[in-house]
Design a protein around this ligand. Structure first.
Ligand SMILES: Nc1ncnc2c1ncn2[C@@H]1O[C@H](COP(=O)(O)OP(=O)(O)OP(=O)(O)O)[C@@H](O)[C@H]1O
Ligand SMILES: [Mg+2]
Length: 267
């Protein structure tokens, strides 16, 4: 693909919690309009990295720029340039669909007329007009996640960060979710997404694979499959994990608990 300008630049990013290192000298760039996948088992350090890139947490060291802003100095500017769908929380369960949209859009300072028009367009696109007055807690998880994503890009950010947006969502809805991601990519929004689902890794322009706080591989899915002599991304992931465990522990290699379709079964 033709790469645009780098919109995320990470050099030697380290994050320590006391003596524990959660991100160990990460190095990567993400380019404008890219769909960049961030993969890794539970505890690999993905959310820690996302929180730093969103300006929510300071790194211990490293040189990091997001949307052209420095993560030490310009965290408020970063927050205005990005959208974020967090792993643990996305929408207010006790607010109605339209109230959630209005709430988030209001935070970004968008005008009421604009919010109303965009809300109508959005609900129509998602086929959710019937649910305008429903409480979020009454919507199926898949719908909630699609809505949360749409809310995260409502203000048309440069970059959107999605932390396991499809966790626990059925395969058909996951596919629909990825169509929304592609649409955002086509509109020029850079997408930074973490996932455990290896079929989703195949949908990314490039992926970084994390293991135990480090990035062990980075490239297009096609490049990584070739490099590791693997048929699919699931095999790439398992090969990296086995290799690391042979290098760093005395215990036998452990397989991650992947389900037959490539998703994790627990956690
Ligand atoms: N505030 C904190 N204080 C101490 N340790 C932390 C803190 N936040 C994260 N960690 C530790 O850092 C490691 C990486 O956590 P992180 O949440 O980044 O992993 P992850 O890759 O997002 O995992 P998951 O797939 O389960 O979401 C974990 O061992 C976690 O316990
Ligand atoms: Mg996480």
């Amino acid at each position: 693909m033709n790469r645009g300008q780098p919109v995320i630049q990470v050099e030697d990013m380290v994050k320590r919690f006391g003596h524990f290192t959660a991100n160990d000298h990460l190095n990567f760039e993400v380019f404008q309009g890219e769909i960049f996948g961030f993969l890794g088992a539970n505890g690999a350090g993905k959310t820690t990295a996302i929180r730093i890139l969103c300006g929510l947490s300071l790194p211990t060291s490293g040189k990091i720029h997001v949307a052209g802003y420095d993560v030490y100095r310009d965290r408020e500017k970063i927050k205005k340039s990005i959208g974020y769908m967090s792993q643990k929380f996305s929408l207010y369960e006790d607010l109605k669909v339209y109230e959630n949209i209005r709430f988030y859009a209001g935070i970004y300072g968008l005008g009421l007329t604009f919010i109303k028009r965009r809300t109508d367009q959005l609900l129509e696109k998602l086929g959710l007009e019937y649910a305008r007055n429903k409480l979020i807690k009454d919507l199926p998880l898949g719908w909630r996640q699609k809505l949360a994503f749409s809310v995260a890009i409502f203000h048309n950010p440069k970059i959107v960060f999605l932390d396991e947006p499809t966790s626990g969502v059925d395969p058909i809805t996951r596919r629909q979710f990825w169509e929304l991601i592609y649409e955002a990519g086509n509109e020029g929004i850079t997408v930074f997404v973490t996932t455990h689902y290896m079929d989703e890794a195949e949908y990314c322009d490039r992926v970084a694979i994390m293991d135990q706080a480090c990035i062990e591989a980075i490239g297009t899915p096609a490049d990584l499959k070739e490099k590791f002599g693997a048929e699919d991304m699931n095999q790439v992931f398992l090969k990296i994990a086995r290799h690391q465990r042979r290098n760093f522990t005395d215990s036998p290699p452990i397989d991650f608990p992947l389900s037959p379709e490539g998703g994790r079964t627990g956690g």
